[in-house]
Write a protein that binds this ligand. Structure first.
Ligand code: GLA
Ligand code: GLA
Length: 657
């Protein structure tokens, strides 16, 4: 199975042989001019092919309102080009300069509590400020005009990590834009009242003008207002991306436009909805420690990014060579981690491996963040590992452009279910949507089974098995689609708190799991979440936490795979499976964690005929990813693993054709 090529994608504007790109954010403005020559010399030594330039350069490029200074950037672009290094040029709008915020403090974001986010860090702008937008677009136009034909320019980098710090803005600008967005969605206020269930707590609106963002309130704000504000906030930044892109496409139609996503855990941006807005998908990823699943999380993020890219190549815009600086404790990477992390992204379709940043800063908030060229200089283990990685990527050039090979199992990833399942005033506030999805991913890896992490809007029908953890928001069309999937022989596995609400966060009536009740052949009258520390043992030896359900088995053909042995639900069904023709619909009513899920995965997907593509002795120890005719074997352990082709060192990656 290969992913169909239905969305047009473009890659860098450059001639020459296909290659895997290698590089970093480059911030020459932080250094005296003489250092730049050392930079390009070391870049060549490391095999750097591309840098992202001018990401935080607005104050330098436009030192006073409407006055531009491009001389230094001309110099940097020329120098890079002369050394054969391509430029992914930023539009430089990420961090507004002091003159702008002094003149127009009304561009500063406001929190739900009414606090202003002041300048002094970065990204201090309201996504919906017309004043900010005007100044930003003027800069984009000036840059695009100046560099349209520069031979170093191969791609545009819109802003930077849109929404990293400023996605939820509750300012008056946001209120105005939110109202317009709601008017567009609902047409009239009666439809909004209906969707928001405003009969509750005397919230009926008589005019759109009365509506506010969900600012700090006396109790739980209206849940549908919260959901719509999340949708709106994601859309507002998408709108900013489109506004910059429109100018770039007008002035440089032959240069592809991208912006760096943060698929790792930036919940507010619905990237499934953004993915078609860029010419190629880019992502930033950082390993957050301590976390026993850190390595699987990297794989999960890379996997999802590749699916957002429709299986086609994508751009790893940033990751770290070693420690970051923004966790409470920032540990360096161990030998092998750098290459393993980078190549795992390549395994899931990255055709570019880039870092934040090229040269480690001497000053500023990120001076303790690792870089390709550390404080210690080129005589360092980090720089040697970087150079070695550059060599390896040159060797892997034949991979460039190859498309991911689909797995038989898809893990459904749904942004709206993520948003809503974790909102307030629920049966428990302990649900962690992404962790549940990641636990299933780990459980499959532990069984040696490849899976794709596929957004709800993706090609779900391409899979033999769909695992839909906490698929909480299920509009009627999605329920119908999943039912068709099962009736056509597909195998669906879902979990607690799935199928509960529609697109307005209104509960499906008649018993849970609402929209999926008939398909699953079970009925639940009351949820029974568990208190912290409480557990429920199942009769197949695994233990549940967080949640249980009082399940009544309704359809006679439903098989009970496991029952509760202890706790309030003792003797009731805990895991069920309803055969439907050649297909099936299964339900897991408690949180089993990665270990528990690994134990039950075979009983759930075995009947679908899905088996590991790895020999038994490698299952769990080695992760397999497939791109075209290349198979990536990634050592998941800190021990050597014997492969037919020789020893795979701890944390090692072998690419075989
Ligand atoms: C983000 C930003 C970079 C840098 C890195 C540090 O990804 O885009 O500018 O701050 O984090 O990890
Ligand atoms: C209070 C309120 C009710 C309701 C309940 C819920 O008693 O008066 O309106 O919110 O709490 O527990």
């Amino acid at each position: 199975m290969t992913i169909s090529d239905n969305t047009p994608r473009r890659w860098l504007r450059r001639a020459g042989e296909a290659r895997l790109e290698f590089g970093a954010d480059y911030n020459p403005e932080q250094w005296p001019r003489a250092v730049w020559d050392d930079d390009v010399r070391a870049m060549r030594e490391a095999g750097v092919t591309i840098v992202s330039l001018a990401i935080f350069s607005w104050a330098r490029l436009e030192p006073r309102d409407g006055e531009y200074d491009f001389a230094w950037l001309d110099d940097a672009m020329d120098l890079l080009h002369a050394n054969g290094i391509s430029v992914d040029l930023a539009t430089a709008t990420a961090s507004p300069p002091p003159w702008l915020t002094t003149k127009h403090p009304e561009i500063l974001p406001v929190t739900a509590e009414g606090n202003t986010l002041w300048p002094g860090a970065r990204q201090h702008w309201r996504p919906t400020s017309p004043v900010f937008r005007g100044h930003a677009l003027r800069l984009v136009r000036a840059l695009a005009t100046r560099y349209a034909d520069h031979p170093a320019l191969v791609a545009w980098h819109v802003n930077n990590e849109l929404g990293c710090h400023n996605v939820y803005d509750y300012s008056d600008d946001a209120a105005v834009a939110f109202r317009a967005w709601l008017q567009e969605r609902y047409g009239d206020v009666a439809a909004l009242n209906d969707a928001w269930g405003t009969a509750f707590w005397s919230q009926q609106y008589s005019d759109f003008e009365e509506i506010l963002p969900p600012r700090l309130a006396a109790s739980h704000p209206n849940p549908t207002q919260q959901l719509d504000f999340k949708r709106f906030s994601s859309d507002a930044l998408k709108e900013h991306l489109r506004a910059e892109r429109a100018i770039l496409r007008e002035l440089t139609p032959d240069v592809p436009v991208t912006t760096n996503f943060m698929v790792m855990g930036m919940k507010p941006m619905n990237y499934a909805d953004w993915a078609d807005e860029v010419d190629f998908v880019s992502n930033d990823h950082y390993v957050v420690l301590p976390n026993p699943q850190a390595r699987d999380e990297l794989s999960f993020s890379a996997n999802l990014t590749g699916m957002l890219a429709g299986g086609r190549p994508w751009f790893l815009m940033e990751h770290s060579t070693s420690a970051v600086n923004w966790q409470p404790v920032n540990v360096p990477k161990r030998p092998g981690d750098l290459a393993r992390d980078s190549l795992t992204h390549v395994a899931y379709g990255a055709d570019a491996v880039c870092f934040f940043q090229w040269r480690q800063s001497r000053a500023g908030a990120e001076k303790y963040h690792s870089a390709m060229l550390p404080h210690a200089g080129t005589e360092s283990a980090v720089f040697r590992s970087v150079t070695e990685l550059g060599r390896r990527l040159r060797e892997l050039a034949p991979l460039a452009g190859s498309v991911r090979t689909l797995a038989a199992v898809g893990i459904v990833f749904d942004w709206e279910s993520w948003w809503v399942s974790e909102q307030d005033s629920h049966p428990t506030d302990r649900v962690r949507y992404r962790q549940e999805a990641l636990d299933w991913y780990t459980a499959l890896l532990d069984n040696g089974i490849r899976a794709d992490v596929v957004p709800t809007g993706g090609d779900l029908e391409a899979y033999r098995v769909l695992i839909a953890p906490v698929l909480h928001v299920v509009p009627a069309e999605l329920a119908a689609r999943l039912t068709r999937f099962v009736e056509s022989g597909g195998h669906l596995v879902t979990t607690y708190f799935s199928g509960i609400v529609d697109e307005n966060d209104h509960v499906w009536l008649g018993g849970y799991p609402g929209a999926l009740r008939d398909l699953l052949g079970i009925r639940i009258e009351e949820f029974a979440p568990l208190l912290d520390g409480d557990t429920a043992e199942l009769d197949n030896g695994v233990t549940g936490t967080l949640w249980t359900d009082r399940i009544d088995v309704v359809a006679p053909e439903v098989e009970v795979i496991a029952r509760y042995k202890t706790g309030e639900q003792a003797s009731r069904a805990a895991i069920t499976r309803r055969p439907v023709g050649e297909g099936s619909a299964s339900y897991v009513s408690t949180r089993l964690g990665a270990g528990g899920l690994a134990a039950v995965v075979p009983s759930l997907i075995g009947p679908a005929g899905v088996v590991s593509e790895l020999p038994p002795e490698l299952r769990g120890r080695v992760e397999l990813a497939v791109r075209g005719d290349h198979r990536f074997l990634i050592n998941r352990t800190d021990e050597p693993v014997e492969l037919p082709s020789g020893t795979l060192e701890p944390r090692g990656v072998r690419v075989v054709t």
